[in-house]
Write a protein that binds this ligand. Structure first.
Ligand SMILES: [Zn+2]
Length: 179
């Protein structure tokens, strides 16, 4: 019993929002963070009562290449996998969306920007193909652009600012800034 308690305690220590409160006392009720608190409490419960379900989520997380996209940062892998599982369940956004959500909502930091002095041959996160982002009114569909100019690009919309990214990965959709 004592061991069980310690384990629970050590799991809670890894959480950012959940500190072992009862669900009715969720201190984040009424805010965006209530859900994060709840997911963390699920993670603690699953870790203790059904670790297999977490293993399944870790497998899914790895299958989608998320372990390459998000580096080790002290947050337990199975907790990240559970967040990813929840995220993909209610979101249309996919890989790059989760990365941004994880940084801005969960870690409450800014997305780690990738900056390069020239176009990388491969995506530094997933190894996918990196292409130039073209801004302005698109003249033709991306597919036709490729046929005409033999160069793959993606369209970045009409608005370009000083801080617009230069390149984008076609696979995970992460954007890369030019130094
Ligand atoms: Zn990529």
């Amino acid at each position: 019993m004592r061991n069980m308690k310690q384990t629970r305690k050590s799991l809670i220590a890894r959480c950012r929002y959940y500190k072992g409160e009862l669900e009715k006392d969720n201190p984040y009720n009424g805010t965006d963070y209530a859900m994060l608190w709840y997911y963390e409490s699920c993670w603690v419960d699953f870790s203790l009562s059904s670790p297999d379900s977490l293993l399944g989520m870790v497998k899914e997380y790895k299958n989608d290449g998320m372990d390459k996209i998000l580096k080790r940062d002290g947050v337990p892998l199975s907790l990240k996998a559970l967040l990813y599982n929840r995220y993909t369940n209610w979101s249309i956004g996919y890989l790059s969306g989760f990365r941004e959500w994880y940084f801005t909502k969960y870690l409450k930091t800014t997305v780690e920007e990738i900056v390069r002095s020239r176009k990388p041959r491969k995506c530094p996160l997933c190894g996918g193909e990196v292409v130039e982002i073209l801004y302005g009114e698109p003249m033709m569909p991306e597919e036709d652009y490729f046929k005409t100019y033999h160069k793959r690009v993606v369209y970045g919309g009409c608005c370009i600012s000083e801080h617009s990214p230069e390149w984008k990965c076609r696979r995970c959709e992460v954007v890369i800034y030019k130094k």
